[in-house]
Design a protein around this ligand. Structure first.
Ligand code: CMC
Length: 380
């Protein structure tokens, strides 16, 4: 068996590879800092709204009030999805919500008036429509699988409030809206993460934004990316009571198992998004008379302190699951929640890739045999 002689350096998982330049997002993993288009995530989490962050990511700067109102009006008017797309969701009602969402976005491509137009202008219009429609798909599929009729979107509610309204069929309270708006802001963008990379690869071939979002949704689904919040909540429920944390976590650490909601490819210190979710998890737990979930999380954080010296710290999803849980969001909707929040980031990457496109096509070093003799099938 002959092997290639010269072995190029392989960056497994593309670790450390700088793909291109970007103006969407800057992450300083050593210092634990995150900026969307130059603005600190802490300022955006405290002062902004998901709609304003959407404008910032799509258009590259903070909007004037009239610009924000105009884009928000377009988003509100684009929330409905065509009836045949709801029928598709009925057909796949037993599927995991992420599979249903991926199918739903794919089906939307068949009805969007500009699907085949890959100009920047049309892609921006489609991006706004998709950002507006994705929450409707998630909520409608959840209603359908519970044997309920989808709740039509309302134009008088914010993005976060309308999503909760469509999901639960009643107007949410201000604290729930605030927590979900914050969650969407924190998840809106995060550089060349696996799903944004998948979206960029897709449009780098000249393909369209619906296809890119389908790729991104499929990529987000995995437990190492979007699935962590769900996995954290499973762990917390399995522990069940603060008195049982020590035994559970010490066993996991002794067995060398991964603790979900910790570690990150980029951050060596605590993910700057985590602190905002921590505060929401604490406040919501107290208000709803269920402080134990937060207590369990805080004890897990304490017990895993030794991992910090290896650069394994809390990430955004460590607390996100408990916030969703307290707001009555089913566990298998946690990844779709992430997708709703990440939509503006994915769209910004699609637009950026299209603006100065180059086909993304890395190499693999071949490690198999060559020049094997082809043996006819009945002689093998
Ligand atoms: N718990 C315990 N050990 C860990 C963890 C963890 N959560 N994460 C990494 N490690 C260890 C890992 O076992 C390995 O140890 P060793 O060198 O002894 O084999 C070392 O740290 C490096 O791990 P890696 O998997 O090579 O590093 P990576 O940069 O590829 O991992 C990660 C990043 C997110 C996949 C990983 O930290 C992980 O699996 N975390 C748990 C899942 C999670 O919370 N994901 C959500 C990320 S935040 C949301 C998002 O942006 O997608």
């Amino acid at each position: 068996m002959s092997q290639p002689t010269s072995a190029p350096e392989i960056a497994r998982g593309l670790r450390g590879v700088v793909l291109d330049t970007t103006s969407t997002c800057h992450i300083d993993g050593e210092a634990g800092k995150l900026y969307y288009r130059g603005y600190s995530i802490h300022d955006l989490a405290e002062y902004s709204t998901f709609e304003e962050v959407t404008y910032l990511l799509l258009y590259g700067r903070l909007p004037r009030r009239d610009e924000l109102e105009e884009m928000d009006r377009r988003l509100r008017q684009s929330r409905s999805v065509p009836a045949p797309v709801l029928d598709v969701l009925r057909v796949v009602q037993k599927a995991h919500p992420m599979d249903a969402l991926r199918t739903g976005v794919s089906a939307l491509a068949a009805f969007d008036p500009e699907t085949a137009d890959t100009s920047l202008e049309a892609t921006l219009r489609k991006a706004e429509r998709l950002i507006a429609q994705v929450p409707t798909l998630v909520a409608a599929h959840d209603r359908i699988r519970r044997g309920l009729e989808p709740v039509p979107p309302r134009e008088d509610l914010s993005h976060a409030a309308n999503f909760l309204y469509m999901l639960h069929g009643r107007e949410p309270d201000a604290e729930a809206v605030d927590a979900i708006d914050m969650d969407f802001i924190l998840h809106a963008e995060h550089g060349s993460n696996a799903s944004a990379f998948a979206a960029r690869v897709t449009v780098s071939t000249g393909s369209d934004i619906h296809s890119a979002i389908v790729s991104a949704i499929g990529t987000l689904k995995g437990p190492l990316h979007g699935g962590a919040a769900e996995a954290v909540m499973h762990m917390v429920e399995e522990i069940g009571d603060p008195s049982r944390v020590d035994e559970y976590i010490q066993r996991m650490l002794a067995e060398g198992r991964r603790i979900m909601g910790m570690g990150h490819r980029v951050y060596r210190v605590e993910d700057p998004r985590a602190r905002h979710m921590r505060e929401r998890a604490r406040a919501l737990g107290e208000r709803l008379g269920q402080p134990k979930w937060y207590q369990i999380l805080e004890r897990i954080a304490e017990l895993t302190a030794p991992l910090r010296s290896r650069g394994i710290s809390l990430n955004v999803d460590f607390y996100a699951g408990s916030v969703y849980y307290l707001l009555g969001i089913p566990e298998d909707l946690f990844i779709p929640m992430f997708a709703i929040g990440r939509m503006p980031g994915w769209c910004a990457h699609v637009l950026e890739q299209m603006q100065d496109n180059v086909l993304i096509r890395p190499l693999l070093q071949y490690s198999g045999p060559i020049d094997l003799e082809y043996v006819p099938i009945d002689q093998r």
